[in-house]
Design a protein around this ligand. Structure first.
Ligand SMILES: *[C@@H]1O[C@H](CO)[C@@H](O)[C@H](O)[C@H]1NC(C)=O
Ligand SMILES: *[C@@H]1O[C@H](CO)[C@@H](O)[C@H](O)[C@H]1NC(C)=O
Ligand SMILES: *[C@@H]1O[C@H](CO)[C@@H](O)[C@H](O)[C@H]1NC(C)=O
Ligand SMILES: *[C@@H]1O[C@H](CO)[C@@H](O)[C@H](O)[C@H]1NC(C)=O
Length: 677
């Protein structure tokens, strides 16, 4: 009973004391809001706290205003105070807003009679400048009203009982030199749709009012935007409410306060920006975002996925066709053909496009997509990266060699350790198969003679008529190709030298084919025009006789063609050596000429061989063959040819089945030569 009485009486005392404290404005106090959910603020007009905790002073109603005040007044007279708040103005338009927001000290929470628009919800139309108002405000004005001497439409001002500010400045904040720019005030927009922070600090003793603005996320600038000496005590009432006012006009805007800190007699607690509610998106932006979420985003995702797929495919494609290319190759532009084009041209180097395989690599038939040009693509392994530049330079040089009896090199490509050489396509293949593969219709003598003369002309061009001496180094029937008219064209010229350059420079490969290799090569290892002439001699005998330079008989005994022809010559029956498949319709003098020239070119002593110019003259009848073919040097023939026994153990690349390239090919390395010495 007593306890209940005591409790009741203490409750009554508490209520009375509470009422008393509410009646007499406290002379000290502090509060802080991070968002306003559940905050006991006095709101009127359009002001409301959004579900997210944002204090919204206006909505999108024109000519409207809103007020929000801390519910209890303070007695600020003769005191200092400090406040900080984070606000944002979201205007209807990006470049114009209305009318602004103010931090207000007012004797009234509802500001009866105040007007929206340029009056900022603070004053009425008549009493501006009336000291009985006791209103002090810091305005964040976004409209320039010339009747109030506004400096611009984006300024901060101090108003005392009047919209004609006692002090104002364009919205800006002080930055030091840390950003690298000159120290000074940096402009910002009050309605830039991003939160800004304002500090209002009044020093009651110094009667100084400092106003400082900055974007959220930037530390409080050391220099305030406004600093005025004003004795607020002479303007304020004993009971002063602190809060906000905002107004719209013909244009609407949303005026938000996100957080607020206040302290009477001390320093306002710092606002923790991370605790603040987030701003809503503008109507248009929200619409855009909804659109983004429901339509644009899935579409964008789909497009992104497609783009990624395409990129991946393109990269894979690129990888597939990626070729080695070096900057200096640009200067050799014309002969470079992309690997992709060659890949397409040959159906991806399909087996059915394979023409054959020779000593240097496989050869494919192809049709270049754009030009519809038929080409032969030779894939040469080029594992060694050494001398690549010389390699390409050589190809470029060869690419410029043009003669009707030479297979034109059209271009090249490099891809993964391979060199791809692109030649004119020769529809009738190599001469080799007409000589040795038992063709249904053997080549007649006139065709053979024409081919021989053509090859002689081509070789002469390489040796003497082009701008530099080009050695062929691998003349043989399988390297003679027949064009549509069955004219002979020498292929693979210069390739042997290329091959040398592309391979390890420490080991000199002598490239050539048994029976075509000049005997001096075993000693000197230096190819000359004479060694080419020697091979040409072997070729002449091969074409005329339809036999390989060295044939292994079933008995195991080898037939050395040059010995055999020489023996027949000694017997005075050299024409008997001719290919019997040619029939009887042969010009015997021409056959004898070719056979004798073949022997002469096969002379073991290089100096005794004719030059290609002489050979051409003999073949054309412009000069007679020397009468003394059978001079005393000729006994050397047999012994020299038998030295080829040393080479037989070397690597033999057997012809590919059905390749049409059936000559045995030997690559004789230095080691073999050394051991054979
Ligand atoms: C603005 O707020 C007022 C008062 O709460 C309300 O009547 C009005 O419909 C609101 N207008 C808009 C556009 O939200
Ligand atoms: C100031 O306001 C008071 C009260 O509203 C009024 O009586 C007085 O005439 C006003 N003074 C001026 C100069 O408008
Ligand atoms: C800042 O704004 C004011 C007023 O609008 C203008 O006079 C001043 O040139 C601006 N300063 C800069 C650096 O843009
Ligand atoms: C400020 O004004 C009040 C009232 O008018 C006065 O009592 C006080 O001395 C003034 N303070 C200063 C620093 O001038």
């Amino acid at each position: 009973m007593v306890a209940t009485l005591l409790l009741t009486s203490s409750l009554v005392v508490m209520i009375i004391s509470h009422l008393a404290s509410a009646a007499a404005a406290p002379t000290s106090g502090a509060f802080i809001y991070h968002g306003f959910s559940g905050a006991d603020l006095s709101l009127n007009g359009m002001a409301a706290v959004d579900p997210g905790g944002l204090l919204r002073l206006t909505n999108n109603t024109r000519q409207s205003m809103g007020h929000a005040f801390f519910p209890t007044p303070f007695n600020i007279v003769g005191r200092s105070f400090s406040t900080a708040f984070v606000f944002a103005i979201l205007s209807q338009y990006p470049d114009v807003s209305a009318h602004g927001l103010a931090f207000a000290l007012s004797p009234s929470k509802d500001l009866v009679g105040a007007l929206p628009s340029q009056h900022l919800g603070l004053f009425d139309a008549t009493d501006s400048g009336n000291s009985s108002d006791h209103i002090v405000a810091v305005e964040l004005d976004t409209v320039q009203n010339l009747e109030y001497n506004d400096i611009d439409d984006n300024h901060v001002g101090i108003d005392i009982n009047d919209l004609r500010s006692v002090d104002s400045a364009p919205a800006s904040y002080f930055t030091d030199t840390s950003a690298g720019a000159a120290a000074g005030f940096k402009n910002l927009s009050l309605f830039g749709r991003r939160p800004l922070q304002l500090w209002v600090e009044y020093d009651g003793e110094a009667t100084r009012l400092d106003v400082t603005l900055s974007p959220v996320g930037v530390a409080k600038p050391p220099v305030p935007l406004l600093s005025s000496t004003i004795n607020l005590s002479s303007f304020l009432a004993d009971e002063t409410y602190v809060g906000f006012s905002a107004a719209t006009g013909a244009v609407t805007a949303l005026h938000y306060v996100l957080g607020w800190s206040f302290s009477l007699g001390g320093r306002a607690e710092e606002i923790d920006v991370s605790k603040l509610p987030s701003l809503p998106l503008a109507e248009g932006a929200a619409m855009k975002q909804r659109h983004l979420l429901h339509v644009a985003l899935p579409t964008a995702l789909l497009i992104l996925i497609l783009v990624v797929i395409v990129l991946v495919l393109m990269t894979a494609r690129k990888m597939k066709y990626a070729e080695e290319r070096e900057h200096w190759e640009l200067e050799y532009g014309p002969h470079r053909i992309s690997y992709k084009d060659l890949y397409r041209a040959t159906n991806g180097f399909a087996d059915e496009n394979l023409l054959g395989a020779g000593g240097f690599g496989r050869v494919y038939r192809g049709v270049l997509t754009e030009s519809k040009l038929e080409v032969a693509v030779k894939r040469v392994s080029n594992e060694s990266r050494q001398g690549v530049k010389e390699f390409v330079a050589e190809i470029e040089s060869i690419g410029r060699v043009r003669h009707r009896n030479l297979v034109q090199l059209l271009g090249y490509s490099r891809w993964r350790g391979e060199l791809l050489l692109v030649y004119d396509y020769m529809p009738n293949g190599s001469l080799d198969k007409y000589l040795h593969d038992r063709p249904e219709v053997p080549l007649g003598w006139s065709q053979r003679f024409r081919i021989i003369k053509g090859i002689a002309a081509g070789l002469l061009y390489l040796h003497e008529e082009w701008e530099q001496v080009v050695l062929h180094r691998d003349i043989k029937a399988s390297n003679v190709l027949l064009d549509r008219e069955f004219s002979g064209r020498l292929g693979d010229f210069g390739l042997a030298r290329l091959y040398d350059r592309g391979s390890n420079a420490q080991i000199t490969h002598v490239v050539g084919t048994l029976g075509y290799l000049a005997p001096e090569l075993s000693r000197t290892r230096i190819a000359t025009t004479s060694s080419d002439v020697y091979a040409f001699g072997a070729f002449l005998l091969e074409v005329a006789c339809g036999r390989r330079p060295v044939e292994l008989k079933t008995s195991g005994v080898e037939l050395v063609l040059v010995d055999w022809v020489l023996d027949l010559l000694k017997e005075g029956a050299v024409a008997e050596a001719r290919d019997r498949r040619m029939g009887d319709d042969v010009a015997v003098e021409e056959v004898e000429l070719v056979l004798k020239l073949g022997l002469l070119c096969s002379h073991p002593v290089p100096m005794s061989r004719p030059s290609m110019r002489q050979a051409v003259q003999f073949l054309s009848g412009d000069a007679p063959l020397p009468a003394d073919i059978l001079d005393n040097d000729m006994h050397l023939f047999g012994s020299v040819m038998r030295n080829t026994d040393a080479f037989v153990d070397s690597t033999i690349s057997r012809p590919m089945e059905g390749s049409g390239l059936s000559a045995y090919q030997f690559t004789i390395s230095e080691t073999l030569f050394s051991s054979g010495r």
